[in-house]
Design a protein around this ligand. Sequence first.
Ligand code: NAD
Ligand code: ZN
Length: 414
Amino acid sequence: MVNEQDVERIVKQILSEMGGSSANSPAMGAFTSYTSLGGSTPSADIPKTAHVAMLVEKERFEVKEFPIPPVGDDDILVRVEGCGVCGTDAHEFKRDPFNLIPVALGHEGTGEIVAMGKNVKKDSAGKDLHIGDKVVTCMIFRDDPEITMFDMNKQNVGESDVYGLLPDDEYHLNGWFSDYIFIRGGSTVFNVSDLDLDSRILIEPSAVLVHAVERAKSTNILRFNSRVAVQGCGPIGLLCIAVLRTMGIENITAIDGNEKRLEFAKRLGAGSTVNFNDFQGIEALTKGVYDSFGGHLADFAFQCTGNPKAHANIYKFIRNGGGLCELGFFVNGGNAEINPHFDLCSKEINLVGSWVYTLRDYGTTFDFLKRAKAIGLPVSELITHRFPLQEINEALKTNLAMTGLKIAIIPGNR
Ligand SMILES: NC(=O)c1ccc[n+]([C@@H]2O[C@H](COP(=O)([O-])OP(=O)(O)OC[C@H]3O[C@@H](n4cnc5c(N)ncnc54)[C@H](O)[C@@H]3O)[C@@H](O)[C@H]2O)c1
Ligand SMILES: [Zn+2]
């Protein structure tokens, strides 16, 4: 539904495109923009237009130019510094499963505030916001703007809107694969000026693991001296290892078929690795995991692949009474066949599922990234490729080719 303020904004935009000075128009008196006195003074020269990578059809982005809308009293204009490419972006690029085309993608982004409305004073955690601050966004509560990060009523943000997965609208500046993004009132925003750019790009995927570990802790099994198996060493599994390591957990076995990823898993905190290609059949593989823990099965396991076979396998690696967190299926990957008697019931496995995160996990994630850096984990090396905005199609293809780990778009690189 378009409200009165939206209408004003659209009219104002059209007028300004026609060359009229809408900010001074009496009809628009109630409405402020960064060119009028109501908003904060912008920090830098703000161009009139922004460049947005729009997915215009399957497997094709076009970098389009749109006017930057006037910044209303509750809005924030952010100059984008970087945005990670997520598996979800890759799905959308390839198949448009969310039926969003044309869409401005990119939800793992961060940048600097260049203009903000007069009502914007604090971030969603109560921290002051100023022009020049570095920010990330989380979900948008259009229907419930009163929600705060300490409101635990929302268990999970899976169903909420996020920038980078919004239908296109009259603003167009809706995704982080762009050089400017327009953050509207009712969005969650966090001031993360104390994190470096690489860490900020990794906030969103890291929050998935902070949440998964919180879910795992709810079983009461995970302790600092637990034996933990992490299956799958893509960005998700690798970040899982790093989160566990920052919590003091050292007895970690990483399982994957890619030796390079397993090597990196060791640098991020895995004590040992198991390459499934070295084993024939599930019994041999289970023995491999057992040996990696010096003759023990895992106390707890994290399933971080989207492979149903891997879900079926992982029960074998866990001791009786142990725990399992399944987080590998952000999207439907099909059914997995387990034996409920042997795998779950008689073993008394404590199983939890984990999907995205809550707002509170965001706060923990900032501390995780600081701590990871402080103890020397090479988390930023997860970003293996950096592409300028103009090369977004190549960036997505690189993601799909799985030759790197985290691919980032850095609009400042030209
Ligand atoms: N729970 C959530 O909210 C959430 C959020 C984001 C992503 N995910 C899911 O997490 C999964 C992993 O994400 P990613 O970005 O790391 O993906 P990825 O594809 O980069 O990594 C998956 C890894 O699993 C390995 N693998 C595949 N089959 C295996 C097997 N049988 N045994 C061991 N390793 C195996 C692959 O070699 C690869 O290294 C995806 O399926 C994604 O949907 C979940
Ligand atoms: Zn993501």
